[in-house]
Design a protein around this ligand. Structure first.
Ligand code: HEM
Length: 393
């Protein structure tokens, strides 16, 4: 008979933020689902369990009327199931087609990257978070959405305010205020370009939305653009930094990929397996169910820890190591099932084929600084928040 999820109370939120991997391992070794008090959530951490959950959306729903994402951003397809999800997803799909990425986005993103790296070259040192990864992710997302040009910091701040608002379980008034302010800024930025996209069909996401059949209603457009800003900026930024860090810490692998550029895609996949930019996303249990021997009651929220599943030693040997030569195995960094990340191919192209290869090619003898080590943080979203480097100017 299935038993209730075990409970872990002696882990703090700071433990999760600073280094979630020991906690993830403990949860993985304890049971298929464990309530972790610091997260106020039942966490699922084993690879096979997450795969089986993602195959059964009727039992493990993305739809949660009480979710803060819905409150802060509005009715988004990312938090719907079935036909309601598929309609929204289909509407944005033309902007994410492999052909569109190759012919339209790749040249634009190459240009942005050349500009950012060109401006850095003489300096000889920088923190790659603010000098490259954050502006790159912001400026390319701005292009993809179809916004008018604005400072990269504006989109980055909106993104952070929305993320903070969606995670504001303590209902801090200031966090709510900032999230609302970001939402209003985004609504105004959409309004400013909608007529242009209506009159001039183009590959941007807003254009895809207004020209979809049927066109996406304005309220959904606003919500989905907010989800894309909240969820399409951090991850490529963090993936750029994580892949760079993995290579800088492992010089033999770095030499291999520089000598054989066809290895870049493999290096990219290993980086996001190693430190997954999205560590956890939620699902709601719709009926009492037995998850591999653990009884989950109807209505409970569970957190699918893909960051933990990607280090599950039942699937990956020595999972804590960055090793691009490990036996090829699929990972869960982009999720699975119906909600598999819409931005997968554009991220593979931008991070793994444009930004990080150009960085190593243009900045010679790129290296970490002994006096300023990288800082990595987060568990729901995780990545380097500071990556100081030097090169030969
Ligand atoms: C390395 C970069 C990225 C990673 C690791 C990543 C990861 C993920 C994950 C794990 C999900 C599933 C969330 C869930 O099921 O609740 C997701 C969904 C999504 N991602 Fe990404 N993402 C990345 C980049 C992007 C980019 C650049 C965009 C947009 C420009 C984007 C747009 C989306 C959208 C729209 C969804 C919702 C899909 C749906 O519900 O059908 N992502 N992403």
């Amino acid at each position: 008979m299935a038993s209730a999820a075990p409970v872990i109370t002696d882990v703090s939120y700071t433990d999760l933020l600073e280094d979630p991997y020991p906690v993830f391992k403990r949860v993985r070794d304890t049971a298929p689902a464990v309530f972790v008090a610091a997260a106020n959530l039942t966490l699922v951490t084993r690879f096979d369990d997450i795969m089986s959950i993602e195959r059964d959306p009727a039992t493990y729903s993305s739809d949660n009327p009480a979710s803060l994402v819905n409150k802060v951003m509005g009715p988004t397809f990312m938090r719907k199931d079935g036909a309601a999800h598929a309609t929204g997803r289909k509407a944005i799909e033309p902007s994410f087609r492999p052909g569109t990425i190759k012919e339209h986005w790749a040249p634009k993103f190459t240009e942005i990257c050349e500009r950012l790296i060109g401006a850095l070259r003489e300096a000889g040192e920088a923190d790659l978070f603010s000098a490259l990864a954050a502006p790159m992710a912001s400026l390319s997302l701005m292009e993809m959405i179809g916004f008018k040009a604005m400072p990269w910091q504006t989109l980055a701040e909106w993104s952070q305010s929305l993320i903070d608002g969606a995670g504001n379980y303590a209902r801090d008034a200031e966090i709510d205020r900032k999230a609302m302010e970001a939402g209003a800024g985004i609504d105004a930025a959409i309004e400013a370009v909608l007529d242009h996209h209506r009159a001039n069909p183009n590959p941007s996401i807003l254009s895809s939305m207004v020209h979809a059949d049927p066109p996406m209603p304005i309220e959904e457009m606003r919500a989905n653009i907010k989800v894309i800003i909240g969820g399409g900026l951090n991850e490529p930024r963090d993936a750029i930094l994580t892949l760079t860090l993995g290579l800088l810490e492992n010089s033999a692998q770095k030499e291999s990929v520089l000598a054989r550029p066809e290895l870049w895609p493999t290096a990219f996949e290993e980086a996001i397996r190693w430190i997954s930019p999205i560590g956890m996303y939620p699902r709601r249990v719709t009926r009492p169910v037995d998850l591999a021997g653990v009884a989950l009651p109807e209505g409970v929220q569970i957190g699918l820890c893909v960051g933990a599943a990607n280090r599950d030693d039942r699937r990956f040997t020595e999972p804590d190591r960055f090793d691009m030569f490990r036996p090829k195995q699929s990972h869960l960094a982009f999720g699975a099932g119906a909600h598999f990340c819409a931005g997968t191919w554009v991220s593979r192209q931008t991070v793994g084929r444009i930004v990080v290869p150009m960085l190593f090619e243009r900045l010679s003898n790129l290296r970490l600084r002994d006096d300023a080590p990288p800082v990595i943080r987060g568990w729901v979203f995780r990545g380097p928040v500071s990556l100081p480097v030097r090169w030969d100017a």
